[in-house]
Design a protein around this ligand. Structure first.
Ligand code: EPU
Length: 437
């Protein structure tokens, strides 16, 4: 486990750049599998998830070239082949990407395999919607000891599906499966996150026919073949918000080059309500502390266009410095407040509750999930020894360590490389006093 020593108490000041969104880039790389030609994805960040997806695609015969410096990935799926199950398991690591390879692999090879899946430990993260979608297209799903084998002996056929919840992954699953299925597909209660709209743009460039209605309905007319694409990934709005929250929590001033207003409207509203200030420019957004006290808020996470669950954790750190009681209701994941334990050890006053506080009832109410938090501030934070629990929780701990008095030791820092490009370099550029062990 790698360690970072963080000398807290110095406001972050300066400029950093965010490149393409982790939660889009991996899906666009998978989409390339559906095409007959070579694809080129630009603005690709140097993060571990890109490596994992690249390796999984290579295992399936795709030629992957990654120019890390220029952020360009070229994918040639000319010779797609079946991979060994054990190799998929080894290369997937904790990634959930193998589930999204299913549709494209079924079209190309007639079968796909999903090993036991990982991802961040922020809830159960089931894949029932994914499997149900594949079944509805006519695939056969068989549980093996080592994972799940999916076959499509009679091909994949368009269908009508309504999701029980607008899941991002399930919507992507449906898109990647339907574009080359026979006939029409209709998806109701679809997720409409900007990353999904960018995936639809990629698929359209490849030759797909997809229309998006205003009421979470997506319709796809299957086509027999698709070509390659050239596309520039939309910027990572989660990373941008994470640095914005870091600026606020440390009383700093950070210009996030690449951040885009349209994808961050809801975050910007909340940032302003807390008292944070921002300045939107063509090339990015400057986020800074107001110099006076921060204000407490009531906040509920939700699917797009609501406040993203991935923005919640970094913002909670800033809320520990706001005057009064803030209430945060997490409605996307049932278990995304585990990271607050470490914040409590650092001096934050945060209590978590099973009840739905600060908003309407959600899927997790009346169940045994601590999915609401009450944060009382301002509470001075002090240094602590912390172990990174997951990607976003880990970055939030880093923010807390940067805002705290004294020297914190943060272990397991490599988890953060999954989704934050060169965060050590960026911390240096912002004047943070950190030492990597
Ligand atoms: N869900 C089910 N069954 C399913 C799929 C989802 O019950 O088959 C539930 C989940 O348990 C969760 C909710 O639906 O409670 C929403 O999950 P969703 O499918 O939308 O999430 P995801 O596709 O697995 C992506 C991002 C997450 C991000 C969420 C929500 C990627 C690789 N991951 O996950 O990002 O939090 O959408 O926006 O795109 C992160 O970047 O750190 C991260 C966790």
């Amino acid at each position: 486990m790698s360690l970072m020593k963080v000398h807290g108490g110095t406001p972050l000041h300066g400029e950093i750049t965010v490149r393409g969104a982790k939660n889009f880039v991996s899906k666009a790389m998978v989409a390339a599998l559906l095409g007959e030609g070579t694809s080129e994805l630009r603005n690709v960040p140097d993060i571990r998830d890109v490596n994992i997806v690249g390796n999984l695609l290579k295992l399936h015969g795709v030629v992957v070239e990654w120019d890390v410096e220029d952020g360009i990935v070229r994918l040639d799926p000319g010779n797609v082949e079946t991979a060994h199950k054990a190799d998929i398991d080894t290369h997937a690591g904790t990634s959930r990407i193998p589930i999204l390879l299913c549709g494209p692999l079924l079209h190309r090879l007639g079968e796909a395999f999903i090993p036991d899946l990982g991802g961040c430990h922020i809830g159960d993260r089931p894949i029932d919607y994914h499997l149900e979608i594949l079944r509805q297209f006519g695939a056969q799903v068989d549980k093996l000891d080592s994972g799940i084998l999916i076959t499509a002996p009679r091909g994949l056929h368009g269908t009508k599906i309504e999701l029980p919840y607008p899941s991002v992954g399930a919507t992507e699953q449906l898109l990647l499966t339907s574009v080359r299925a026979y006939g029409l597909t209709e998806l109701r209660n679809a997720a409409i996150e900007p990353e999904i709209m960018d995936l639809i743009a990629v698929l359209q460039r490849m030759g797909a026919i997809i229309s998006v209605d205003t009421d979470r309905v997506i319709r796809i007319e299957g086509v027999p073949r698709l070509g390659g694409f050239t596309h520039t990934a939309l910027p990572d709005r989660i990373e941008a918000a994470s640095w914005a929250a870091a600026a606020l929590a440390t009383r700093g001033d950070v210009f996030v080059r690449g951040a885009r207003q349209p994808d961050m409207m809801t975050f910007l509203n909340t940032f302003r309500k807390v008292g944070g200030e921002f300045d939107i420019r063509d090339e990015g957004i400057r986020f800074h502390h107001p110099g006076t006290g921060l204000k407490s808020i009531v906040l509920e996470t939700d699917v797009h266009p609501g406040f993203m669950t991935d923005w919640q954790q970094p913002l909670v750190v800033a809320l520990t410095q706001a005057s009064g009681l803030s209430i945060v209701h997490e409605t996307v994941y049932e278990n995304r407040f585990g990271f607050t334990q470490a914040l409590r050890r650092m001096g934050a006053t945060i209590q978590v509750y099973r009840e739905c506080l600060g908003g309407g009832p959600c899927r997790f109410g009346q169940r045994n999930f601590h999915h609401s938090a009450v944060i009382s501030g301002p509470a001075p934070l002090r240094a602590a020894d912390i172990e990174v629990p997951d990607l976003r929780g880990g970055f939030s701990h880093l923010i807390a360590a940067l805002a705290a008095d004294g020297v914190s030791q943060v272990r397991g820092i490599e988890l953060i490389d999954r989704g934050y490009e060169d965060f050590r370099g960026k911390l240096d550029a912002l004047g943070a006093k950190v030492e990597s062990g």
